[in-house]
Design a protein around this ligand. Structure first.
Ligand code: ARG
Length: 276
């Protein structure tokens, strides 16, 4: 009798062990499964971004309808087209984008993101699709006051939370009194109302801001980008997806379409802002 129970016990233990290891395998397979396959199975790609960054991605009223537009959106559309799937844009703040990607809530980040070393430890990046320096926005009346990096020392510097510009302010400006906000549009307001002395953004974004805010100018201070430009962020271990994205980027660069997207986005942003 005792022997039987033991046998039964061993049997159950064995079955459990075997099924656990099966589930384990299944789990592993899932985790490492190519994102490209997953996207194709779903029939859509979910792109995460923070739409506060004209001309990259921003809200505009098109034919009476509020839409998210910009050259990142045009790029996203081409990415989806080349994969033969629909595009879903998921708007969120910039800082949580990498967490959302890692958690599988989005399939990729197209949000003017720079592949810096710290981020590269967590996620992978496509080839660079756009290169820009970082500019410093100031009030026009301060134009003579801020002409070199040292002039920013100890000042109230605005930057988007979790952005490259946050790092630049920390590393390049001595004793910067950092004012970090989740949304770039709110940072512009802070600069206009004098709550910050200077605001760092990518140069094309700064150029867009001054077009519609005559009280602001771009200072002569520039910061080079150490990440080499903007790229698409994806989860690690997705070589097929990476290859696919790089193909799309190359196609758009070679054909000159990407340049057109950039010109269009700038026009659209300028028009949209003058309407609002
Ligand atoms: N290029 C900077 C970075 O990678 C800022 C990007 C901000 N993008 C945005 N959509 N707000 O951190």
């Amino acid at each position: 009798m005792k022997k039987n129970i033991l046998k039964k016990f061993i049997g159950i233990a064995l079955i459990t062990a075997i099924s656990v290891s099966f589930v384990g395998c299944g789990g592993n397979k899932k985790a490492s499964e190519e994102t490209l396959n997953k996207i194709k199975d779903n029939g859509k790609v979910i792109v995460g971004l923070s739409a506060d960054y004209a001309p990259y991605e921003f809200h505009a009223v098109i034919d009476g309808k509020d839409e998210v537009v910009g050259f990142d959106i045009d790029l996203a559309r081409e990415v989806a087209k080349d994969m033969g799937v629909d595009l879903e844009i998921k708007e969120m703040e910039f800082d949580p984008l990498i967490g959302a990607l890692k958690a599988g809530q989005i399939d990729m980040i197209i949000s003017g993101m720079n592949p810096d070393e710290e981020r590269k430890k967590q996620i992978d990046f496509s080839d660079i699709y756009y290169e820009a320096k970082h500019g410093v926005l100031i009030k026009s009346e301060d134009k003579g006051k801020y002409t070199k990096v040292e002039d920013l020392n100890g000042k109230k510097i605005g930057a988007q939370l979790g952005s490259t510009q946050e790092k630049i302010a920390q590393e390049k400006v001595k004793d910067a009194d950092l004012q970090l906000l989740a949304n770039v549009n709110n940072l512009v307001l802070e600069l206009k109302t004098g709550k910050v002395n200077a605001l760092i953004t990518e140069e094309p974004v700064a150029n867009m801001v001054i077009k519609t805010n005559p009280e602001l100018v771009l200072s002569s201070i520039k910061f080079e980008d150490e990440g080499g430009g903007n790229a698409i962020g994806i989860r690690k271990n997705s070589p097929k997806l990476l290859e696919q994205l790089n193909k799309t980027i190359k196609r758009l660069k070679d054909s000159g379409e990407l340049d057109k997207f950039i010109v269009n986005a700038n026009d659209l942003a300028a028009k949209n802002q003058s309407n609002s």
